[in-house]
Every structure is written in structure tokens, then in C-alpha cells.
Design a protein around this ligand. Sequence first.
Ligand code: NAD
Length: 335
Amino acid sequence: MKVAVFSTRSYDRKFLEIANQTANSPHQLEYFETKLNAKTAALAKGFPCVCIFVNDIANAETLKILAAQGTQLIALRCAGYNMIDMQVAHELGLKVVRVPAYSPYAVAEHAVGLVLMLNRKLNKAYNRVRDDNFTLDGLLGFDLHNSTVGVIGTGKIGTIFAKIMQGFGCHLLGYDLYPNDDFQRIPEAKYADLPELLAQSDIISLHCPLLPATHHLINPETIQQMKPGVMLINTSRGQLVDTRAVIDGIKGGKIGYVGLDVYEEEEELFFEDYSDSIIKDDTFQLLQSFQNVVITAHQAFFTKDALTAIAQTTIANISSWEQGTELTNEVQVPS
Ligand code: NAD
């Protein structure tokens, strides 16, 4: 089947090609570097399947163009589906499939990496030694042992993150609308309500999906309830966090450290090279100017294990639809 694959880089092609070659009936994959949006949707004319990633824009306008041009299946190369208007997709009769789990370890381990980098100031230490400066002033950290870590969203990634942090000797607090046994079995882990987690945690890590209910979960009111000097980690979705409120929290000293792999307005920036241009997003520039903020550009998923799993599941999802077998990874319209 002909598949228009948007937002592709060389690494996407490499792993998709390997997975496609081993499929029973390989597909005709055509790669586009550009993002999918209403302006680029015309590229997919005549393609029954369109394959997209986290920062593509599958809003009502784009979906209507795709459906009118003959697209019937949207294959997401990710777990989250906040970039697609599911209600409109449903009304247009478009099927949507996703990769519900690839490597939760990749994301959880990256979140731990951000914690260690911020706490022990590894970014500064690395540059200092490269500059033949062997002093320690300004690099003071704290023991993770005995600190309290709050995990918001204790699904696959949140629970793995919690298990790793338990290995450091941390106390764990979880907040989730649907508690799970795996998290509760971790020694030193217990569920708490959100205000308790916010008030008691030295480190707060976000692992819940972006939904209307979780949009700006971190806002002036929730920041106010946090411990002074708290470390905030977000590897989930940028819009969970009100960035301006976080900036105020940093400036006021309430927030001591921020580690982000995702950013509210990231679709304008991430996965692109602007090293030779001027970035016009003042909020992002201000945020990254603080010495206690570390930002990575949505790379938590980026391991060979995760890319292999993403490619294999994506190709399998497309094959299932083509062959009319059960679509186990179909995204249902949220009720
Ligand atoms: P998951 O579905 O296994 O877990 C999500 C958990 O959040 C569930 O336990 C769910 O009950 C909980 N939840 C839902 N609504 C909530 C709410 N209002 N308050 C608190 N908890 C709530 O998902 P996962 O695989 O662990 O992934 C978590 C998130 O990580 C994804 O939604 C995605 O946004 C993000 N992610 C980021 C990257 C990256 O590269 N940075 C990669 C993959 C996933």
C-alpha cells in the first residue's frame, strides 16, 4: 500500500525501511521531511495511508483535505494522539492507529538523566573541565537518597521512572486517576492526592497524557503548593505546563530546577536546526537562559530500541488495516 510518511529524518527512514523489508507484504513508503499540516496535506494526494509524528498538525482542516484526497488510514508513529482531532477523524470515517507502547524505558531513563544533570550540574561541570577550570563552587548537589519523588501519572513510563528512583533510595508518591498495582508494589511507594504530592515532593516528574483535564496541570496555583526549591521534570507533553507560570516560579525562587524534554510551543522549534537563525519565541529564550533549567528537544524516546519498536508496530498496524484484520492499536474517539 502507498504510505505518505511525514516529518521524517534519516533515522526514521532507516528503521522504517528495516521493518518494512521484513513485513509479509511490504508497503510503498514515500518520505516527506516536511510536517503534515493543511498546507502540506496536498502531498498525500492518492495515498490511502498517511503516517505522522508528534508535531504534525492533523486538525479538522488538514483531515478534511486528506479525506477528500482519498486517505483512509492515519498511522501515528507515537503513543500520544493529541495532535489529531479524533472527533473529526471519526466523522470523516478515517481510521487512526498508534504505537501505544514502544520503549517506556527510553523515556523513563531520560527523565532520570535530567534529574541527575540538574542535581549534580553535570552540564556545567562538563564545560568547566573542558575549559581547564577544576573548581567546584556552584556545583553543589543533594543526595537523591531519602528525597521524596512525586510521580504524576503512574502508567508504563511513570512506574518505570519510579522503580529507578526507588533504586536511589527515594521515597515515592504517586498521583493517578487510575492507580495501578505495579506502582503500589514498589517498596517506599504510595499514592497520594495531588495537593499532598505537590507539598511533599522534592522532585516532581510528569508522566500523564495531555488531555483537556491535564492541560496546564502545572499552573500558578499548583506551583504555589510546591516545596520551595522543588525540581520539576517534564518528559510527557509541553502543554501540561504553563510555561509563564514556571518562569515566574523560577524567578521567585519557588522552583529550584527545571528539566524539560517537551515544551508548550515546541512544534515551532523542535526537530529543526535554527543554529544559524534568530529564535523569535521570547518565552523559550527566557526559559533557557536560566542556569537551573535544562531542555532537551523531545529526545526521550530516541533510542534504537524504541525506534525499532515504533517502526515494527507502525508497519504492523498498516498491514493489519490493509489485510482487514483486527486493529488492536486503533485510537478510539475519547468519550
Ligand atoms: P500510560 O497510558 O501508560 O500512562 C499514563 C498514566 O497517566 C495512566 O496511568 C493514566 O491513568 C494517567 N492519567 C490520565 N489522566 C490523568 C490525570 N488527569 N491525572 C493523573 N494521571 C492521569 O502512558 P505512558 O506510556 O506511561 O506515557 C505517558 C506520557 O508520556 C504519554 O502520554 C506521552 O505524552 C509521553 N511520552 C513522551 C515521550 C517523549 O519522547 N518525550 C515518548 C513517549 C511518551
